[in-house]
Write a protein that binds this ligand. Structure first.
Ligand code: AHR
Length: 496
């Protein structure tokens, strides 16, 4: 089978905002405790931060991390997580029905972020709390000094303000499962008023309003429309969340879910319809601040005992086909680089995560680690308009699924093109051509593949590797290469 991508030099999609390579740490399961924070672990520093986990995170090159939830935030009192650790309360984590000890909190998170070279994306509680707690929190984090909360921060050891720039106005407030769930009018008003109060404390912040928790939510569309109608002027981004699973063991259909993600992101049109109706000059962009595969752990979690401290929860062990879908989702996100400005792989450690810690004190990379690492490290610059030709297949949900998904990125120096490609053809190799268009190809500097594994193969023993794909050759100002069946592929080409 043949497929191709032709590079279009003159009409780029847009500049990549590297914050689309963000991730997420929630007080959920073992993400924090025994994940990133484990005093007494052999690799832990004086703060209890695990260096082995930090080393893996640094390979992922994650620029922004959402915190502290997720559903958790909708029942969280931020004040519980500051001050002397022995005075912090044990609380019920209502979202996940566990015990939260608050031994890792706001200051610890900010210190830990320095080690992983990431910025915070902080969520405020608009479930059980609201404007008052949010304005106090931002006074604590961002006001320099001379007020109650800013001086409390200084007393707690942080003389300089944290200057947190990006704020989520609640989490999944459209979802009936959310503590303090609201209808669109109630949420729109609360988000608007909260953003107003927070911006009064610090007018340099940017805010993210909750959009739909999934494309399948019955209120998708009307929710966005109502919320933005009310809060448009005080909101900068609309949040989207999307998870996929292969519960039916239908791999062709599972791998096709990137088309669903494409539809979901294309819903940005709703933001623009409100903009037009309001005669506004302001554009609202998108934050896909939760996305991943999530289904392997569902049965285990349904039987878990309640009210434990950091139990094993949402510990999906990812297989090779999950990595292919993650790669395809990343390609889809890049196709929308013009409007998708932030995204968070949910989550980062132990909870539906690319990085796991185990019972023996080790840390390891899941299959999905590899495509994410390559895109976050190499996908920098401008996305070129993807002119992709590929045969298609049909599934129970999708009529025409391209066998090959691909995207090309031109670096800022203008001398290197990086092409990412997933082959969803499960049995047959693809003869893939990267056609230079109006570029001149000099040489291929990287030709790598993640291939040859069983679709259900997992990586607990760390055997999975990226490998060289030596099948390429340059001819007729194009790179010609064989993509292995079911593969993730990355090429870098020097161009003029
Ligand atoms: O990431 C796990 C959960 O998924 C988050 O807490 C919630 O926002 C979403 O439903």
């Amino acid at each position: 089978m043949k497929s191709s991508i032709t590079l279009d030099k003159y009409a780029p999609v847009g500049q990549i905002d590297e914050r689309i390579y963000g991730s997420f740490i929630e007080h959920l399961g073992r993400a924090v405790y025994t994940g990133i924070y484990q005093p007494g672990h052999p690799s832990a520093d004086e703060n209890g931060f695990r260096q082995d986990v930090i080393d893996l995170i640094n390979q992922l090159n994650v620029p922004i991390i959402r915190y502290p939830g997720g559903n958790f935030v909708s029942g969280f009192n931020w004040e519980d997580s500051i001050g002397p650790k022995d005075a912090r309360p044990r609380r019920l984590n209502l979202a996940w029905q566990t015990i939260e000890t608050n031994q890792f909190g706001l200051h610890e998170f900010m210190q830990w972020l320095d080690k992983v070279h990431a910025a915070p994306m902080m969520a405020v509680n608009l479930g059980t709390r609201g404007i008052d707690a949010a304005r106090n929190l931002i006074e604590y984090t961002n006001f320099p000094k001379g007020s109650y909360y800013s001086d409390l921060r200084r007393q707690n050891g942080a003389e300089a303000p944290f200057n947190i720039k990006t704020w989520c106005l609640g989490n999944e407030m459209d979802g009936p499962w959310q503590i303090g769930h609201k209808d669109a009018v109630a949420y729109g008003k609360l988000a608007d008023e909260t953003a107003h109060a927070m911006r009064t404390v610090d007018d340099t912040i940017e805010t993210v309003a909750c959009g739909s928790s999934a494309l399948t939510m019955p209120t998708f569309g009307s929710w966005e429309s109502t919320v933005l109608d009310i809060a448009y002027d005080r909101v900068d981004y609309l949040s989207l969340h999307r998870y996929y699973g292969n519960q039916d063991n239908d791999t062709p259909n599972f791998l096709a879910q990137s088309l669903d993600l494409d539809d979901f992101i294309s819903g940005v049109a709703i933001c623009d319809s409100i903009k037009a109706r309001k005669h506004s000059k302001k554009t609202i962009n998108l934050s896909l601040d939760e996305w991943n595969v999530w289904y392997h752990s569902n049965d285990h979690d349904a039987q878990d005992a309640k009210w434990q401290e950091h139990p094993h929860k949402l510990e999906d062990i990812y297989n090779f086909e999950d990595a292919l879908l993650v790669g395809s989702m990343l390609i889809t996100m890049l196709h929308h680089a013009d409007r998708l400005k932030m995204a968070c792989l949910a989550q980062l450690v132990n909870v539906i995560a690319p990085i796991m810690t185990d019972e023996n004190g080790g840390a390891w990379a899941q299959s999905i680690f590899y495509p994410f690492m390559q895109v976050s490290t190499l996908g920098k610059g401008t996305v070129l308009t993807p002119i992709v030709k590929s045969g298609t297949y049909g599934t129970k949900e999708f009529a025409a699924v391209p066998y090959v998904d691909s995207v090309a990125v031109l670096n800022d120096a203008g001398d290197t093109v990086t092409v990412f490609a997933v082959s969803k053809s499960l049995d047959t190799p693809q003869e893939f051509t990267i056609a230079a268009g109006d570029f001149q190809f000099d040489q291929v500097t990287l030709s790598s593949q993640f291939a040859g594994y069983g679709l259900k193969e997992t990586n607990e023993d760390g055997h999975m590797r990226l490998a060289d794909n030596t099948s390429y050759y340059l001819a007729d100002n194009g790179v010609h290469v064989t993509l292995a069946p079911a593969s993730w592929n990355v090429f870098q080409i020097k161009v003029q």
